[in-house]
Design a protein. Sequence first.
Length: 358
Amino acid sequence: MPSIPPGGSSRDAGGLARAAVPRLQVSTARINEAKVCFVRKMTTGNTSEVFEGTFEGHPAVIKRMRADVARSLDPDSMRNFEIEVGKMMAINHPCTVRCFGILEPTPGIVLELVPGGSLADIIGAAPGETFPQYQQRLPWPVRVRYLLDSLYGIRSVHSTGLIHGDFKTQHLLVGRDHRVKLSTFCLSSARGPEPGELPGTPAYMAPEIMRGLPQTMRVDVYSFGVVMWELLTGEAPFRGLDVVQVIQQVRAPANDTVFPPPGRPQILSSHELTAPHGFIPLVHKAWAQDPNIRPSVEQLVAALEAIQQSHGFHPFRQQGQGPMQYEVPMNVPPRSAPLTTTSVPVGMRPMEGGPPIR
């Protein structure tokens, strides 16, 4: 493991970067394919095949490397893959994907299934709708709940001393109970990024990553700010721009005292008029150019919980108190991914209803 500069981080060959503290103990479980029931193939990608199935009675997603990819892995790459799975297994929280272990003999990973689709799918489920229609379809109590669950997930990642590094709505999966789980793994990370390839998704990537500067946990806070904007507006960030244009905008020098800051997605007056008090200033702080200006995850949690409480946003009742106040359409068709991504979100199983997760 490379040394870590004070206040910074280093990126493993896998998708998660390691923050300065604490040290993570990595261990993995190995699952023979014979113990997994493959129900149907969901998709085939450049590096893997994804199946829906079950493992020990649990609905599961099985992401198995393609044979040609598996054959190309050298021992170091395989070890990186095992370390990456170990990281996932060390992150244990209801708002993150449960990882059951490594698939054998063909390398892969077995995870719990979340059947509701990604947050990106839900936001973009009604192409052509007006902003008022989006507001009605996804009311603010639901959006704030999604954001809080996302924060609880990223907080659990940070608690292990890791940085997610590719936090975006495609990696936020929504169960039938409307709770969000953060996906933290992609099989392509076993080989690391190709030369010249960015380790993440430019539309959500903090400027310091693009500049090759040391990373801290605040890179995930920046990405969360973009997700906040996405839920605010109902649009994909930097829509209509190509990857090069996005990179140029994000990494350009910006004045964090100017609102809205240059190089960020636009916030219209209609967005400002309908947002809860205090929400938009929080977006600006989260995606600040200077990482030191960005709030911590704990500060974001406190701010959004305060917004939730002050506005009476409680769309998810506790167990035994009746159904949700709001209905959100599930099983929506996937929308196209924004720009170029280096990972594919994988699914998990639905959470049982219950009290709010902290």
